[in-house]
Design a protein around this ligand. Structure first.
Ligand code: C5P
Length: 241
């Protein structure tokens, strides 16, 4: 399967989310519900998307004690989301608890498939300088991502969220079928980066064999979001790994 296009529904209200979901129906592979929409609209946003038949990535970036995270994963599983993310830096006990909770809750409520747990490595808005300044990290972003990819592997998460800069390194160090999701995607290499730092294009992602790209502002703020989504998809199809 080629690289999927996931659109971040980073909008303030359920009405906005519904309008965009209807507009982009047929042009995207899944929608991402993140902090902004979930805090304002709550589970109704997920229910709206599932009712329309979309795959949903619940991007609440869990990072808490294992008990709290596993309960939050159970709640998300009951909402029938397809992907849930947790920070790999939350510790192996927390990440393992998330993986286990998704599986057991899915069995309990009779789902055919448990949601996939995606481990967040290093946010695409952080670069080496930010890591050094805020975390006093002596590792570069790439070195830290490779380390966290091994953590992801050992905790048996289904996939990892990272920038396209580290995809080859992850594939090298963690052979197998890790699902790789890359935000920080822009239409062209010189496009506006906004607050993102480790960015790349859809064509780069497709060439590297990324499983799914997440695009927000480059589609949501486009004059014609459908045309923008169609262009991203064409770029994904045009570049083969
Ligand atoms: O607007 P833009 O395309 O930069 O949006 C990227 C989306 O991906 C945002 O919703 C952001 O929260 C999300 N994301 C990210 N980095 C991660 C995980 C999710 O940028 N590591």
């Amino acid at each position: 399967m080629g690289t999927q296009l996931w659109v971040a529904l980073d909008v303030p209200t359920l009405g906005d989310a519904t309008r965009i979901a209807e507009l982009l129906e047929g042009s995207v592979d899944a929608f991402k519900v993140g902090l902004q929409l979930f805090v304002s609209a709550g589970p109704a946003a997920v229910r709206m998307l599932k009712k329309k038949g979309f795959d949903v990535f619940l991007d609440l970036k869990y990072h808490d004690i294992p008990n709290t995270v596993s309960n939050a994963v159970r709640s998300a599983t009951r909402l029938r989301v397809d992907y849930i993310d947790v920070h790999l830096s939350g510790g192996t006990d927390m990440v393992k608890a998330a993986v286990e909770a998704a599986k057991t809750e899915a069995v309990k409520i009779g789902l055919r498939r448990a949601p996939k747990i995606l481990g967040i490595s290093v946010l695409t808005s952080l670069d080496d300088k930010a890591l050094e300044e805020t975390l006093a990290s002596r590792l570069s972003a790439s070195e830290l991502v490779v380390h966290l990819a091994k953590v992801a592997r050992s905790c048996r998460v289904s996939g990892i969220v990272t920038s396209i800069h580290e995809v080859s390194m992850i594939r090298e160090c963690c052979s197998g079928d890790l699902f790789i999701v890359t935000p920080g995607i822009r239409a062209t290499a010189d496009a506006e980066r906004h607050d993102q730092r480790r960015v790349g294009t859809a064509a780069d992602a497709a060439r590297l064999g990324v499983s799914a790209i997440v695009v927000g502002r480059s589609i949501l703020r486009a004059e014609d979001p459908v045309e923008a989504a169609t262009r991203f998809r064409a770029e994904l199809r045009g570049a083969t790994p």
